[in-house]
Design a protein around this ligand. Structure first.
Ligand SMILES: Nc1ncnc2c1ncn2[C@@H]1O[C@H](COP(=O)(O)OP(=O)(O)OP(=O)(O)O)[C@@H](O)[C@H]1O
Length: 212
């Protein structure tokens, strides 16, 4: 089952002499059960592709189709809402979607990331690494069918990074979801089945390391 498909999708920022081609025309598919590491140097276009797959940005050329709801996205930078507590941040996607048991499900999502003790704290009272893990809890709280995580372990030590990847993989397994993780970390990339390599806005796909 195809959850997202890019057909000739490209993204240019700016125009004229100042234009930056962040993503060259790209064909790719994300299917249920995929475990994809999106790797490549800084500025190569990984975040741009993640945002297109998530539907948070639109291609300037080509199309991106999606058939995956809900989608969970972990953003690269700080993304928690400052006035809300940790648990309020995590329950927000449930409240916006009108789903039940928001508080209990948010607390359970925090528990899975060993963050239950931080539930009542404000984002300014927790570390950057803890905030990143809270953002992972928020992305997973609705049981997404497609999980897109942009450098989810960038600020984490190895133990926390392994834990986050464990939780992302478990959540993807549980929901029969697809998981796409952009990462600079070869240890993280090695946990996933397929590698998508990005270089100067060009995506090259590698076949899975074993047949599925
Ligand atoms: N909003 C924007 N406006 C202008 N240029 C942008 C914008 N977003 C990204 N770019 C440019 O597009 C290119 C690709 O950026 P992108 O953030 O996708 O790379 P990345 O591979 O995710 O990098 P990193 O690993 O450092 O996060 C870069 O040259 C970047 O400067």
């Amino acid at each position: 089952m195809i959850l997202a498909r890019c057909e000739g999708a490209a993204r240019t920022f700016g125009s004229g002499a100042a234009a930056t081609v962040a993503l060259q025309p790209t064909d790719c598919e994300v299917r249920a059960g995929d475990r994809i590491a999106l790797v490549g140097p800084s500025g190569s276009g990984k975040s741009t592709l993640v945002h297109l797959l998530a539907g948070l940005d639109a291609p300037t050329v080509g199309t991106v189709h999606r058939d995956a709801d809900p989608i969970g996205v972990v953003f690269q930078g700080p993304s928690l809402l400052d006035p809300l507590t940790v648990v309020e941040n995590v329950e927000l996607p449930l409240l916006l979607a009108g789903e039940d048991d928001a508080r209990a499900r948010a607390l359970a999502a925090l528990e899975r990331l060993q963050l239950r003790d931080l539930a009542e704290k404000l984002p300014e009272e927790i570390s950057g690494g803890q905030a990143q893990r809270v953002a992972v809890a928020r992305a997973l709280v609705r049981g997404p069918r497609m999980i897109l995580a942009d450098e989810p372990t960038g600020q984490l030590d190895h133990v926390s990074a392994e834990r986050v990847i464990d939780v992302l993989l478990a959540a993807a397994d549980h929901a029969g979801a697809a998981l796409v993780v952009s990462t600079h970390d070869p240890v993280v990339a090695a946990r996933l089945d397929t590698r998508w390599k990005m270089a100067s806005g060009r995506l090259s796909l590698e076949v899975p390391t074993w047949p599925r």
